[in-house]
Design a protein around this ligand. Structure first.
Ligand SMILES: Cc1cc2nc3c(=O)[nH]c(=O)nc-3n(C[C@H](O)[C@H](O)[C@H](O)COP(=O)(O)O)c2cc1C
Length: 227
């Protein structure tokens, strides 16, 4: 069996699933999906994420409102709320992550290099340039974890859909919805719910959605360069 081909086949079978059977998802499958997210890479191994599993129908109904009334959020037996952890890219937590990488033998930086070079370099230490850079870094890392999670969901014979359309604007109605969700999920200050992923057994089998041809999104050696 060729592992590379298997993974490419799984990826080629990816479709966002927006209709689910009511059947519950066995816990071992949920755990496999979460372990895939756990293994995702992140800058400085900061792992700035937290995943909240929602199976309770009442909570899913509340989440539907937060997800701009998208039905699959109430319908899918499992909704994973993907939260960004803003503290993970703060100075002390970032330092801790880097020291763990040193202990694991992944990097060979001394404490002095970490304190005087790495944690003073805005490319590596987003907190230097303020909350907006931290936010961007957190969102970026979350994408990798969600990609891993979704690929494993397909591998487990499940369907999934990433839900980015959630109340996060500054208009009063959205601010209030976000507040209610924070309260419902009992989120600490540093955790921001950024996206959700619905998971369950598919009750639809859509064909592949269009993608740009490779020639349009890839160049060789220079922009526009041909193979
Ligand atoms: C960051 C992100 C946010 C998304 N948000 C939503 C959403 O709120 N609702 C929805 O129905 N689909 C959402 N999608 C799914 C996309 O619409 C979908 O991936 C795209 O149309 C391609 O279709 P496919 O995933 O079936 O290949 C989102 C996808 C991503 C990556």
């Amino acid at each position: 069996m060729n592992g590379q081909t298997d993974i490419l086949n799984i990826i080629k079978n990816w479709r966002s699933i927006r209709k689910y059977k009511p059947d519950p998802v066995p816990e071992n499958k949920i755990m496999a999906v979460l372990e895939a997210a756990q293994r995702a890479p992140s800058a400085s191994n900061a792992q700035p994420w937290h995943f909240i599993l929602i199976r309770d129908p009442e909570t899913r109904k509340k989440l539907r409102k937060w997800a701009l009334s998208q039905n699959m959020v109430a319908q899918a037996p499992v909704v994973v709320i993907c939260c960004g952890d803003l503290d993970a890219f703060g100075q002390s937590r970032l330092r801790e992550s880097l020291l763990h990488l040193v202990s694991a033998g992944a990097i060979e930086w001394s404490d002095e290099v970490i304190d005087n070079a790495i944690l003073k370099n805005p490319v590596l230490a987003p907190f230097i340039e303020g909350p907006q850079q931290v936010f961007l870094a957190v969102v970026e890392q979350l994408s990798y974890a969600i990609s891993f999670l979704c690929i494993e969901a397909i591998n487990q014979g499940l369907g999934a859909c990433i839900i980015g359309g959630v109340a996060k604007g500054k208009v009063p109605a959205m601010v209030e919805l976000s507040r209610q969700i924070r309260e419902t999920l009992e989120l600490p200050e540093n955790m921001i719910p950024l996206l959700a992923v619905t998971i369950g057994y598919p009750d639809e089998s859509p064909g592949p959605r269009p993608r740009k041809p490779l020639e349009k999104i890839v160049s060789w050696e220079k922009y526009g360069g041909k193979r």
